[in-house]
Design a protein around this ligand. Structure first.
Ligand SMILES: Cc1ncc(COP(=O)(O)O)c(C=O)c1O
Length: 374
């Protein structure tokens, strides 16, 4: 090969890199405005908080901006301490990540080699599969039951090579959750040599359900093979700052701490998240607004003949009468961004975040138009 010839990066990349299909994020508002030349665009595609961030978090972020010539504290110690206090655990049992997405990645990097297996649910949050594949591990995908993680079947699929099991409860994109009894039985049946990752990104919205467990208090104590993931991106309204956290055995936190980027969580994010933890009023308001919005939007969708599933989250999962991607395109023309689910193999379903009453109204009008035209 002469020096000027361009290398084929496809052949140079590790084979497992080629096996990863890219994550498709919700389409950004600015992109739709540019492409379609429309000004009024709403995004109901990424399960962000329609109330915005907590005003106290914004004030803390503003103050922190004056310090941005400095590196942040690497291990986010103040935030770890605040969360530990809030959750009744030790700060050494908390790891802060660049979104909980980073912690999914760290877990896969720490545990999975090509000879290992990870167990996921077929319609579970897709990042579990993508990150496991990136490590070259074999991914066992267990079918769901009633759009919910089938924990009994997942437990049965554990083999000698299984190292990680991922459960999102509530799950994205289906919005369903596993009950206290289901999770308890599952944790009791999984061998202690397998790490169970319980992703609770949407736990604040499900907490009002009497059969949704308070996993940190009910399951975490004394269970070294359980890691719980949570995020500031949803009910706390800080998706843009990228802060999430893991709750795990102190030794495991130590291993993950060793392989994370030295300054993985930026300074503004750390301060804003700290203020957000303390703003309990905002959190309650977000959850209550979501509950009201979800009920009202579900009723309006049913009037259109649609059947959103029961959701323990801030989004609705529903079957579309036309291909989901077509519905997405039609709604875009009215300036409403929703999420088609082809990457999950669901060609006739969409996921729609619950917005403010005004946003939900725009969505319903756009849906009427899209469904009568098609
Ligand atoms: C189930 C689930 N887990 C994890 C994440 C990642 O969240 P973040 O990286 O913003 O903390 C998401 C984001 O949508 C999610 O839906």
């Amino acid at each position: 090969m002469s020096g000027s010839e361009a290398p084929s990066f496809e052949t140079l990349t590790r084979p497992c890199v080629r096996s990863v299909t890219p994550y498709l994020p919700g389409k950004p508002i600015a992109e739709v405005q540019r492409e379609l030349g429309i000004r009024r665009v709403i995004k109901l595609a990424s399960n962000e908080n329609p109330l915005g961030p907590s005003p106290k978090a914004v004030a803390a972020a503003r103050r922190a901006l004056r310090q941005t010539h400095l590196y942040p504290e690497g291990a986010s110690p103040l935030l770890r301490r605040a969360l530990a206090r809030e959750l009744g655990i030790l700060e050494y049992q908390v790891l802060i990540g660049n979104g909980s997405d980073e912690i999914i990645r760290l877990l896969c990097e720490a545990f999975l080699s090509p000879e290992d297996e990870a167990v996921v649910s077929q319609r579970g949050f897709i990042r579990f599969k993508q990150q496991s594949l990136l490590m070259g591990a074999r991914v066992i995908e267990v079918p769901m039951r009633d759009w919910t993680h089938d924990l009994e079947a997942m437990a049965r699929s554990v083999g000698p090579k299984t190292k990680l099991m991922f459960v999102a409860s509530p799950n994205n994109p289906t919005g369903t959750y596993n009950t206290r009894d289901q999770v308890k039985r599952f944790l009791e049946s999984v061998p202690s040599s397998v790490l169970v990752v319980l992703d609770e990104a949407y736990c604040h919205y499900a907490a009002c359900r009497s059969d949704y467990p308070d996993s940190v208090r009910e399951f975490f104590p004394g269970r070294r093979n359980l890691a719980i993931l949570r995020t500031f991106s949803k009910a706390y309204g800080l998706a843009g700052l990228r802060v999430g956290y893991g709750i795990a055995d102190a030794e495991l936190v130590g291993w993950l701490d060793r392989i994370r980027m030295p300054f993985n969580v930026n300074l503004v994010g750390q301060w804003a998240a700290l203020a957000a933890v303390e703003d309990r009023v905002f959190l309650r308001r977000s959850v209550a607004a979501n509950r009201r919005g979800g009920r009202s939007l579900s009723t309006q969708l049913r009037r259109l003949g649609l059947q959103p599933g029961d959701s323990g989250t801030n989004f609705l999962f529903l079957r579309s009468p036309i291909p989901g991607n077509r519905l997405f395109q039609e709604l875009l023309r009215s300036g409403v961004i929703v999420r088609p689910l082809d990457e999950y193999g669901l060609t006739h379903h969409v996921r729609i975040s619950i917005g403010t009453p005004a946003q939900n109204g725009l969505l319903v009008s756009a849906l009427k138009k899209a469904l009568t035209l098609s």
